[in-house]
Design a protein around this ligand. Structure first.
Ligand code: WT7
Length: 649
């Protein structure tokens, strides 16, 4: 059997950084990049030691890396540091006291601004409330919040007193929340009465009540008042934040944490059902978030950085909270839905607040594409200077739209590949240096020794698809899976022993650019040829009548797997058999007969997780005609399922 993932997508468009951007960039020459990258790989201790010393340590570290317990890394051993002090004290007590740290906009339209001095004060008070409620160093605290400044404040307050946070996305069900609280052994929960989403109040406190019912370990539920919805109350356990805060001091010294002390847990799904609590510790994580924010987004004084992720995802941890704030940047935070009250909300926010860096996900970009070019064209987007993409492979069609309609052909796009596990961006263009190509995350970031290997772990030649691995430890890497060291060792290091296997397929081209092919469990084997679902999806989406497409394999006696396409069409198009045939032909034309779908199913929308990932496992079951099993707690719309199965036709 061929180990190769056939490369069927050819992309020849190149976009060098604009001269104007380059002339002001932090890093602007290929030589400078090469020099830094080489040092980070050949002399990692020197490189990372120097970067780490830019942060305010409370006690200097003795050793940069201890890899003797591989695959469990220890970075900056002996050092003491506090994440909230790194993000706040150095700025609030220095020249950035009056600079904005957070610019927030609620979905109903109100705005709030917190300077570094104000944010520092809020975090100290919040930390004192936690202490007053009995939260101690070493405890785990679940955070289940809407996107309000208090979400970031709560995270930093935990960090300040040495408690680890476990943020659970506010869109998760009570069941999913409970599972994570139990697994993490959380003893307190921070939440809000509710938040605003799509013009309505999304209640959170009632979900928490259900989640912690009968869990005696949870002694405190701390509630921030946001939406004013009515909530039930359990007297000893529940406390209003605004009542508690009236009685606490505004001073709270940051706890000196060991570099390897737990900073947070964050749950992510694996290929089997049960979510994994990814472990991130303090020093190394901060160094990774700090450096990547600086270089990938080419941070400058005066920037307004908007990462549209929720703090419930790792993107929100690293590029709303820890990365930007450790750099003393100003972030924009928005509470609500992208299309409330209308399709122009995001562009309106950029226009009014003068956002300079915008970081979002391909799924959002495709949604906007579908809504029409005339929407963003109504707004002044000239403040933007850099765009980013994260979360899944961006199809060239969406990349080009983003470049043209949002970047107005001026802004570099950084397509950033990373994972909850990597902690910070691992493969990415550097905007002042890298010639970008639609669909490629381009080259490894500093310290990332990435490669594409075959089943045996041998490096593959250029343009052959294989497994994406990282060969050396890096500071912000996960330290394990909470409560399950074996699952960590097996799941990430078991395949090769001495290399981290990311679970993704990729190919690397002649220039050394990486083209991510998606999760390997999304890779199809059709008649002995391994095809990336993403490439077939891209071909479908390039058809003018297609809005979104998801490809899965259905077991097939002759072919191994047959290709099944789930397709949603653009507004106004009526799907019929003629279109079905046309689309099959289109794919055959774009990629080759091999990739021609055996079956096309039309649907109004595709089932996605709350973070916008298409639920392929579910689609695979539907395509194969088996009953859906496993965890569907993250699906957006259950009615969709019935439709996709054909129950309602
Ligand atoms: C998986 C990680 C990293 C924050 C959000 C997702 C896919 C992520 C890209 C990209 C192609 C990407 C990979 C990866 N992915 N970014 N730029 N190009 N694929 O975090 O939930 O841990 O998911 O997302 O498959 O393994 P996550």
């Amino acid at each position: 059997m061929s180990q190769q993932i056939d490369n069927v997508l050819h992309e020849n468009r190149h976009f060098p950084p604009a001269r104007e951007f380059q002339s002001r960039a932090r890093l602007s020459t290929e030589e400078a990049y090469q020099r830094m990258y080489r040092e980070s790989i050949d002399h990692p201790e020197r490189f990372w030691g120097r970067i780490a010393r830019e942060l305010p340590w409370m006690q200097p570290f003795e050793k940069v890396l201890d890899w003797s317990g591989a695959p469990f890394a220890q970075w900056f051993t002996g050092g003491r540091i506090n994440a909230s002090a790194v993000c706040l004290d150095q700025h609030a007590l220095g020249r950035r006291a009056d600079q904005r740290a957070i610019v927030w906009e609620g979905e109903p339209g109100e705005t709030r601004t917190l300077t570094y001095a104000e944010l520092h004060l809020e975090v100290c008070r919040f930390a004192n409330v936690l202490k007053a409620r009995g939260v101690k160093k070493g405890d785990r605290v679940a955070i289940y919040m809407p996107m309000i400044p208090e979400a970031a404040v709560a995270m930093l307050a935990c960090a300040r007193i040495g408690a680890a946070h476990s943020v659970v996305f506010g869109g998760f069900s009570a069941h999913a929340l409970r599972e994570r609280i139990v697994d993490g052994g959380c003893t307190a929960v921070i939440t809000a009465d509710g938040g605003w989403r799509r013009g309505q109040v999304l209640p959170l406190k009632p979900q928490v009540d259900e989640a912690v019912e009968g869990l005696h370990e949870v002694h405190t539920v701390l509630v921030v008042k946001r939406a004013g919805n009515r909530v039930e109350w359990r007297d000893r356990r529940d406390a209003w934040y605004h009542e508690m805060v009236a009685d606490v001091s505004t001073e709270c010294a940051p706890e000196p944490m060991d570099s390897e002390d737990l900073l947070f847990l964050l749950y992510t799904s694996g290929s089997t059902g049960k979510p994994k609590g990814i472990v991130h510790t303090t020093g190394g994580y901060l160094v990774g978030a700090y450096l990547s924010t600086q270089f990938v987004f080419d941070l400058r004084e005066g920037d307004l950085f908007w990462c549209t992720a929720d703090v419930g995802w790792v993107t929100g941890h690293s590029y709303i909270v820890y990365g930007p704030l450790s750099n003393g940047a100003t972030i924009l935070m928005y509470e609500g839905a992208p299309t409330t009250p209308d399709a122009g909300r995001f562009w309106d926010i950029i226009d009014r607040h003068k956002v300079t860096i915008f970081y979002t996900a391909p799924t959002a970009i495709r949604t906007f594409m579908r809504l029409g070019d005339d929407v963003p064209r109504k707004y002044d987007l000239s403040s933007l200077r850099l765009l980013g993409s994260v979360g899944e492979p961006i199809n060239p069609e969406a990349w080009m739209w983003y470049h043209r309609e949002i970047g107005r052909q001026r802004c570099p796009i950084v397509d950033t590949w990373w994972q909850t596990e990597t902690g910070s961006i691992a493969i990415t263009p550097l905007p002042g240096v890298t010639v970008t190509q639609p669909g490629s995350a381009t080259r490894p970031f500093f310290g990332i020794d990435a490669a594409v290997v075959d089943d045996k772990g041998h490096d593959l030649p250029a343009d052959q698809g294989g497994y994406l691995v990282i060969k050396k430890p890096w500071p912000s890497m996960l330290r394990g899976i909470w409560g399950n060291p074996d699952r960590y060792r097996e799941g990430y290091w078991g395949k090769y022993g001495n290399m981290y296997f990311a679970g993704d397929g990729a190919r690397r081209d002649e220039k050394g650019y990486f083209w991510i092919l998606g999760r390997v469990d999304d890779v199809l084997n059709v008649a002995g040829h391994r095809l990336s679902t993403m490439e077939i999806e891209s071909a479908l989406v390039s058809h003018e009548k297609v809005a979104e497409a998801a490809i899965v394999g259905r077991p097939d006696e002759v072919m191994g797997q047959a290709i099944v396409a789930f397709v949603s069409v653009v507004k106004g198009v009526v799907p019929d058999d003629a279109l079905r045939e046309a689309l099959k032909e289109h794919v055959a034309h774009e990629i080759g007969k091999l990739a021609r779908p055996a079956e096309i199913r039309f649907s109004d929308a595709l089932p996605k997780t709350r973070s916008g990932k298409i639920m392929r496992r579910l689609l695979r079951d539907i395509a194969a005609g088996v009953e859906t099993t496993g965890d569907t707690s993250t699906i957006e719309d259950f009615a969709l399922l019935a439709k996709l199965r054909g129950d309602e036709e």
